[in-house]
Design a protein around this ligand. Structure first.
Ligand code: HMG
Ligand code: MG
Length: 300
């Protein structure tokens, strides 16, 4: 069942940087995207068209999108929480828009200021407009194994939200462990719930590494045949509405594991480590990637 090739979506410029307290200049974000695409990443989540009052770090969304020198074959994605965000986003010509909700009302309320049901109503016109414009629509469900406010989340809740997103026409589904509390069997159960409505070609895992479980959870998903995952270079990030949650699993760590298993990614690990070192130097802090640390130490 284990796939021979995995496709990674790089979320560092968006999920990785959205939570940074200090403003990160647009030029640095643009350079990060350039380095990531040079390292072989073919799916890059660049920014979010969300309220700048809610997430000030993403206020330079249009500037960043305009500054990226696009490479053929790379898909550039942006988050669009509502029609206002979508209308601003399309001016930047994204290849993909990302609509998002949660499997728990309590988190959705904090993140999007509405219930899950309301967020799906709000998502509907975005999905419709994007599909009509020929823009790929990815959806993400947060808190699929645990919620910082509600606690446990059931696979039934994940299945229900997946079904509703599928009915709207959302083409791809990301299953997210926002706060990194998932362990392999729980994550498999959440994935199996989503797989009731999406197939292996249209589903991906998005695991934050707060409790150090993300690589194990990735492996557990590979065992189900899942071959698409999100990750953040240098393990950057966290969600502003999930206090204490750390970044996504580091892209370097996932790539090292996959290559070690003989699974192709198309990614040049050395160039990826350089991209991680670049952004960590810009932020003035060490990398959170274990593999990044190890390879940098080996070079020195
Ligand atoms: P709201 O306050 O309910 O919205 O926020 P509203 O419609 O009442 O509008 C309030 C103000 O925001 C108005 O401006 C609107 O024009 C403006 P004002 O009249 O006060 O000057 N506004 C916008 N401005 C720019 N872009 C927009 C936009 N929409 C309204 N799109 C809203 C609702 C969705 C806007 C807000 O809740 C929001 O922006 N939330 C941010 C959510 C976010 O970015 N969270 C982090 C990303 S999700 C994540 O990290 C999880 C993920 O990684 C998966 C995982 O790990 O779980 C994907
Ligand atoms: Mg996330």
């Amino acid at each position: 069942m284990i796939p021979s090739r995995v496709s990674l979506l790089e979320s560092g410029p968006r999920d990785g940087l959205q939570n940074e307290a200090q403003p990160v200049p647009a030029a640095i974000k643009i350079e990060l995207v350039h380095r990531l695409q040079a390292a072989g990443l073919r799916n890059i989540e660049v920014t979010s068209f969300v309220s700048p009052k809610w997430v000030p770090q993403m206020a330079d969304n249009a500037e960043v999108m305009a500054g990226v020198q696009r490479q053929p074959g790379v898909r550039y994605a942006v988050l669009t929480p509502n029609l206002k965000g979508y209308e601003a986003a399309v001016l930047s010509r994204p290849d993909e828009v990302v609509v998002f909700t949660a499997a728990s009302d309590a988190f959705c309320q904090r993140n999007l200021n509405c219930t899950v049901a309301e967020s799906i109503d709000r998502m509907a016109p975005v999905v419709e407009a994007a599909l009509a414009a020929g823009i790929h629509v990815r959806g993400v469900i947060s808190t699929t194994v645990g919620c910082p406010y509600q606690g446990d989340v059931t696979p039934a809740a994940v299945s229900d939200v997946s079904r509703r997103m599928k009915a709207l026409g959302v083409q791809h589904l990301g299953v997210a462990d926002t706060i990194g509390v998932g362990t392999p069997r729980k994550v498999q159960a959440a994935m199996e719930a989503a797989l009731q409505h999406y197939d292996l070609a249209t589903i991906s895992g998005h695991f934050h590494d707060t409790y150090g479980q993300a690589l194990s959870n990735t492996l557990a998903c590979l065992e189900l045949g899942i071959w698409q995952f999100d990750a953040s270079v240098a393990g950057l990030g966290g969600c502003p509405y999930a206090k204490g949650a750390t970044g996504n699993v580091a892209t370097e760590d996932v790539v090292f594991m996959l290559h070690g298993m003989g699974i192709e990614t198309g990614i040049d690990l050395d160039a990826l480590v350089d991209a991680g070192a670049f952004i960590c130097a810009a932020l003035g802090r060490p990398t959170s990637s274990r593999v990044g640390k190890a390879l940098l130490a080996k070079r020195a």
